[in-house]
Design a protein around this ligand. Structure first.
Ligand code: SAM
Length: 393
């Protein structure tokens, strides 16, 4: 088997075995093209196809869909003639294909081909999501503009849809930590257009059969009006949208706080709020960070902070690590998890905090002291710390 036949067999294997996550073609031989990313999607008629998303040097992206039956040949042609590098990412390994300037082909295949995506997933990835088992979920997806009338997720909303489904999976993992009886109170702080709010609402009511009181809070009046209307059309009487700064929002008791991409220090307000109300479970995915970049002052770390890009990464990590420590100092057991594949969103950290009613005071004091020394080392005065002091939490 020559290298070209080997590549054809790799594409055939991952497509027939339904284990292709994506194929990325880079180092194009054409100066107008930067790269091409290929993924399998399901059509309205439940037929799978391969979508080629080609990025051009004038910052445009073009989409082309091809039938799966034709895909192995086309991808092989692209990998051997149109691009100098191809990375095939499958569920069970990766393959790298390189073409030298002299046209010599190198294939490094580390795909086992042993664990294909399930048949259902390969035909329609939406079907394996927890949310898909919630009766009536198609209608909210349609009303929020995520899906068409027949429930098919719009191409440009696929990534958002995957994010909220992944978030629901994380919630499912900690569902048992929530009170098992009675009404649950849930807040989505900085809910925006509320895809997540509705998803969590359907998960808790339609899948888990719980009685809930849920609030979505955001500053934007237009989105709150829109979401209120959607909730009314879906007869979600126990779901209320409130136009407010989250720092001014209050409710009596709270079991679950969720927040997806609350901008900058809004995540600190979310965490401060959840701590203050002793929320049993907190699931928060931070967004952009700005505060620490303006504050950090640490000679020992200047070998990092002198490079602004590395300094931003350090500040991102330190900001979230300090948030985790503050939660720990307030009786939460905390994990910093990956929300979803970083290709979906760079803001993919999920802070998962579960209140531990038996946390020992000594342990909490030790977390607090770690927090104080980390702030001293970095020369920072985080918003969350001040918020906690102001609120006397
Ligand atoms: C990046 S969007 C995320 C929206 C939504 N959670 C999502 O993931 O689609 C951030 C949202 O936070 C809201 N926001 C930022 N600061 C806020 C604050 N202090 N109070 C209420 N909403 C706030 C903005 O209006 C915006 O809708």
């Amino acid at each position: 088997m020559n290298e070209k036949e080997k590549i054809l067999s790799i594409f055939t294997k991952v497509l027939n075995g339904a284990c292709l996550k994506k194929a990325v073609f880079s180092k194009s031989v054409s100066s107008n093209v930067i790269r091409c990313v290929c993924r399998v999607f399901a059509s309205k008629n439940d037929e799978s196809f391969l979508q080629l998303e080609t990025f051009t040097s004038d910052n445009k992206a073009f989409h082309k869909n091809i039938p799966l039956s034709e895909a192995p040949e086309i991808l092989t042609e692209m990998a051997t003639h149109s691009y100098m590098q191809t990375n095939v990412i499958a569920t069970d390994g990766q393959c790298e294909i390189k073409v030298s300037k002299k046209g010599k082909i190198f294939v490094l295949d580390k795909i086992a081909g042993s664990s294909p995506i399930t048949e259902t997933e390969s035909h329609n990835r939406q079907k394996n999501y927890i949310l898909a088992s919630a009766p009536g979920h198609e209608r909210f997806l349609y009303l929020l503009g995520l899906a068409n009338e027949s429930g098919r997720i719009l191409d440009k909303k696929q990534s958002k849809f995957r994010q909220i489904n992944r978030f629901i999976e994380h919630l499912d993992d900690v569902y048992s930590e929530l009170p098992s009886d009675g009404e649950l109170t849930v807040c989505d702080l900085c809910c925006g257009k509320s895809y997540l709010t509705f998803a969590v609402y359907y998960y808790l009511t339609a899948i888990k059969g719980r009685k809930i009181r849920m609030y979505g809070v955001d500053l934007k009046k237009d989105v709150i009006t829109y979401c209120t209307d959607v909730a009314k059309r879906l007869s979600c009487t126990d779901l209320e949208f409130i136009c407010s700064d989250i720092s001014e929002f209050s409710c009596e008791k709270i079991d679950l706080v969720i927040s997806l991409h609350a901008c900058d220090i809004a995540t600190d307000i979310v965490l401060g709020y959840a701590i203050k109300h002793k929320a049993r479970v907190i699931l928060s995915t931070p967004c952009c960070h700005h505060e620490m970049m303006h504050q950090i002052d640490c000679e020992e770390l200047s070998f990092i902070t002198k490079h602004s890009m590395l300094s931003q990464k350090l500040c991102d990590a330190a900001t979230d690590a300090l948030r985790c420590l503050m939660l720990e100092a307030n009786g939460y057991s905390v994990e910093a998890l990956e929300l979803i594949d970083p290709d979906e969103t760079p803001k993919n950290l999920l802070i998962r905090a579960i209140l531990d009613p038996d946390a020992r005071k000594q342990k909490l004091l030790s977390y607090r002291s770690q927090y104080e020394s980390a702030c001293r080392l970095l020369g920072v005065d985080p918003y969350l710390k001040n918020l906690m002091e102001e609120e006397k939490i």
